[in-house]
Design a protein around this ligand. Structure first.
Ligand code: FES
Ligand SMILES: [Fe+2]
Length: 348
């Protein structure tokens, strides 16, 4: 039997701030802003805008996007506030220029200076990596990129993500009054589906859950006798002998990758304050898909499901704090994601 996090975790402003300072900066994050950066373009963004607010630049690179700090090494001006094409990034404050590898290529006023430029004059590049076309970045990760992907990579490799492209017309953003961890709880807790999402429940059959270090894999089969499309799994896939309707990967703390026969949806959750989140949903479809975009029906289904979830999250966040209840009860087969915060023996 497993437990969710104690109620104090959701209520504590101190723990929320410590999550901002100690947890998210040391975790890997799916960089939705780095999907499909055009050639020769530098695209600025803030990692988890409104929470981490790390100013970064995404650049196209071989094997996946590259990332640089978006803060000038001279006097800390923000370098870019909009995408820019061309071979260099020029600071508007005093004209320092950087190439797309972050190296200083011009620095007005510093021409005569010995030992210039030194290592600290070039733009820092945060640790990053790309798997199956999905770009990840982290300010200061606790684990290597290779270690981060090893628990889920075999289940996603060969499913066509690398050949998929984002459909910009289908992106959706939602702001909801809920603690960010509540969103994760809900994503990882399948029991509510049959009560809150009855139409979704009819399209899901067998359901299996596989926790791995740093995340959770959930796998749904089609209902018995259902001839709806299933995933085309390569021979080397661990589930190649099964009919799989969907694969859901949650990566600690705030990334979700959902693979369906029609394509992929990516969810990223950003805490805005203790009781508010913003979450973004991006749709990817195969580049050779016969449809020109994610179909309206898929978006409508997603919006319907989120509309069904929102009252549940808000109710759980805002009901009165009863003295007779101090958090969730035991949860069979709960995904024990709180072990990311606590030692296994504390969370079991
Ligand atoms: S702050 Fe960028 S050149 Fe001075
Ligand atoms: Fe739900």
């Amino acid at each position: 039997m497993s437990h969710a996090l104690p109620a104090s975790f959701y209520r504590s402003r101190d723990l929320f701030e410590r999550t901002r300072e100690l947890v998210f900066p040391r975790s890997w994050h799916l960089a939705l802003d780095a999907l499909d950066v055009p050639a020769d373009t530098a695209r600025p963004f803030r990692l988890h805008e409104g929470f981490l607010d790390e100013p970064l630049i995404a650049l196209p690179g071989e094997g996946g996007p590259q990332f640089l700090s978006n803060v000038c090494t001279h006097r800390a001006a923000l370098l870019l506030d909009a995408p820019r094409t061309g071979p260099t990034i020029r600071c508007a404050y005093h004209g320092r220029c950087f190439d797309h590898a972050g190296r200083v290529v011009a620095a007005p006023g510093f021409d005569e200076l010995a030992d210039f430029p030194g290592p600290s004059d070039h733009l820092p590049a945060p640790p990053s990596g790309c798997f199956a076309g999905l770009p990840f970045v982290s300010p200061d990760p606790d684990v290597s990129f290779v270690d981060m992907i090893q628990g889920w990579a075999p289940f996603v490799a060969g499913l066509g993500l690398r050949d998929a492209a984002a459909d910009p017309d289908a992106d959706r953003e939602f702001e909801v009054a809920a603690h960010w961890a509540l969103y994760v709880d809900n994503y990882l807790e399948g029991l509510h589906v049959r009560f809150v999402h009855p139409s979704l429940a009819r399209s899901i059959g067998r359901y299996a859950v596989f926790p791995f270090p740093g995340g959770v894999l959930q796998v749904a089969g089609p209902p018995e006798g259902n001839d709806e499309p299933v995933l085309e799994l390569p021979d080397e896939h661990p589930f190649s002998d099964n009919r799989i309707a969907a694969i859901y990967v949650w990566l600690f703390p705030a990334t979700m990758i959902n693979v369906y026969p029609w394509g992929v949806s990516l969810n990223v959750v950003t805490p805005l304050d203790r009781d508010t989140i913003e979450f973004t949903v991006v749709f990817l479809q195969p580049r050779d898909s016969p449809t020109t975009g994610v179909t309206r029906a898929i978006i409508t289904d997603l919006e319907k499901q989120i509309g069904e979830d929102i009252p549940i999250w808000e109710n759980k966040t805002y009901h009165a704090r009863p003295t007779l209840c101090d958090g969730d009860g035991p949860l069979p087969e709960f995904r024990r994601w709180c072990q990311q915060f606590y030692a296994a023996e504390d969370a079991a």
